[in-house]
Design a binder for this molecule. Sequence first.
Ligand SMILES: Cc1ncc(COP(=O)(O)O)c(C=O)c1O
Length: 400
Amino acid sequence: MDMLSATLGRVKPSPTIAVTTKAAELKAEGRDVIGLGAGEPDFDTPDHIKDAAKAAIDAGKTKYTAPDGIPELKQAICAKFKRDNGLDYTPKQVSVGTGGKQILYNALMATLNPGDEVIIPAPYWVSYPDMVLLGGGEPVVVECGIEQGFKMTPKQLNDAITPKTKWLIFNSPSNPTGAGYTREELKALTDVLVHHPHVLIMTDDMYEHLRFGDFEFTTPAQVEPELYDRTLTCNGVSKAYSMTGWRIGYAAGPEWLIGAMRKIQSQSTSNPCSISQWAAVEALNGPQEFLQDWCRSFERRRDLVVSELNQCKGITCPTPDGAFYVYPSIAELIGMVSPAGTAIDSDEAFATALLEEEGVAVVFGAAFGLSPAFRVSYATSEAALTEAMTRIKRFCAGCS
Ligand SMILES: Cc1ncc(COP(=O)(O)O)c(C=O)c1O
């Protein structure tokens, strides 16, 4: 008898976590490693949010809560959707989970049947295909290359839809590219979806607040109200409020789906952490002004890494609209040999050689479904970024 489930055999561990672990191992050995792999802001959680958590502990708010969130947080989420996105939801249409990840997972587990297809534009966040596989569904990956700004075209979407399509997963600004869809680009996609009423839309708006310049954030149910009844609008406090460790994500959508997600959650984690929920109430209801400072800081770092990477031999790096990632192409380096003599025959080989030879940890593009490329997370100090860029430049210059 197999001790492990057949389902487990269908999924792989998170490659981003693998890179972070490898970088930590090298550091523990005394190597000077700069980590550009982590998917979290380097800012501390703001004090007013921490204070709300401390007050919750002191007030004894330390017990089980309703499975999918306390009423106060659901109210704050409804107010957020109205304020930021012009979307009307009632608390019955809201689910709170242990991070954005659990929200997406609950929704897929609650809806997928064997053979159901889920359209995932690539490059994609690493967890989407594996979550679909865990739920017994089939990921349908649509490659959206650098030449199309890493964004799916309406024709690609239309061609990918079949009678078996259950979901489209949409993510803007994107992890790993930082690419954001303009209102017009999104409307062109929602115009396609209007003609396919059996398709549900899962929009992962996790990086909504991390955006630059005049990029305007929009979300499918806002751009096309006809899709409201079949859209799950997902978001969370992890990235915007630098609360990755607090584990609070949320979504709003049709009541039938929210109820199904509640059922899954009630039989798995019971409820998200009570203290974190009170902290999230403060994050959403409290001051938002600091976000502008954070965005300005990320924008400066984005400009630094884009400019430096574009000066590296063999690298082409587009300028993203949001999040804290860039996704440069290394097409011109494939077929070369690294300074220490490693064949660069894939982006994984490139990332491994860069880590071993220069002590810079990045995540290879194959992990995100589009090669040859790599992801840089620039959520680290400008000093560390400057040093990392010097090393990458030296590494690329030495490739031949
Ligand atoms: C696009 C995207 N969605 C969801 C998540 C999950 O967020 P959380 O930490 O709230 O589970 C991440 C985290 O990296 C992400 O990048």
